[in-house]
Design a protein around this ligand. Structure first.
Ligand SMILES: Cc1cc2nc3c(=O)[nH]c(=O)nc-3n(C[C@H](O)[C@H](O)[C@H](O)COP(=O)(O)O)c2cc1C
Length: 218
């Protein structure tokens, strides 16, 4: 005989994701919990892009800025090589989706919306905030293009390292930049007992516009 349905569990009746919450503030709360509990890279997120023809692709990147002050209306920023495969997708289709899955917390956040490129000043500041070796590694990489032999990359690293070692900084390549996603949809998902999970979706029509929210069937 199967066990009775868990309907008498009073704790399951209420959503733990507050209605009417500010999704940026809620993101901050969950992100702080992830930074305290994840063994590494709590800021790692899957970034989904699509070609002009709507063929999707996804890969991990690091969240390097977020919140209401990020751009007017708030946003989520990552940095990359704009000539990479993802960069080509973004140039053709300035929209993306982000996904955080914090396994130790059993929580997921999904964020969707249009992208804007960061200013050259912002890209410079972030590029030069990274260690010298990271600047060299990025400047030497034709990200996503075929590399005939690994030594070709290492030779280029050596060359760039030697050329800029005295200054201790590498000029930011023009194609190395950042993008900020302006959310139109943010969804919070949390694991609950008996697989009766909890989801709340926040939607808005424009950057800075009012959010509406609803629970979703899990
Ligand atoms: C945890 C993690 C974090 C990463 N962070 C970045 C990042 O911030 N920027 C980036 O360009 N690539 C990052 N990468 C590498 C990307 O996943 C990917 O391999 C690379 O950007 C090329 O993707 P593309 O060919 O789709 O453009 C990261 C990979 C992992 C596993």
């Amino acid at each position: 005989m199967s066990s009775p349905p868990p309907l008498d569990d009073a704790q399951l009746a209420d959503s733990v994701i507050p209605a009417g919450a500010d999704p940026f503030a809620l993101f901050d709360e969950w992100f702080a919990a992830a930074q305290a509990s994840e063994p590494n890279d709590a800021n790692a997120m899957a970034l989904a892009t699509a070609t002009a023809g709507a063929a999707p692709a996804v890969r991990m990147v690091l969240l390097k800025g977020h919140g209401r002050e990020e751009i007017p209306g708030g946003g989520f920023t990552f940095f990359t090589n704009a000539e990479s495969r993802k960069g080509q997708h973004i140039r053709a289709n300035m929209q993306a989706a982000l996904l955080f899955h914090w396994k130790s917390l059993r929580r997921q956040i999904r964020i969707e919306g249009p992208l804007t490129e960061v200013s050259p000043e912002r890209a410079d500041t972030y590029f030069h905030s990274r260690p010298y070796k990271s600047q060299v590694g990025s400047a030497a990489s034709d990200q996503s293009r075929p590399l005939p032999v690994r030594q070709a990359y290492l030779d280029r690293v050596q060359e760039i390292w030697a050329a800029h070692e005295a200054q201790g900084m590498v000029p930011r390549p023009a194609h190395w930049t950042g993008f900020t996603l302006s959310p139109r949809r943010i969804e919070f998902w949390i694991d609950r007992d008996n697989r009766l999970h909890d989801r709340r979706e926040f939607l808005r029509d424009s950057a800075g516009g009012p959010w509406s929210d609803t629970l979703l069937y899990p």
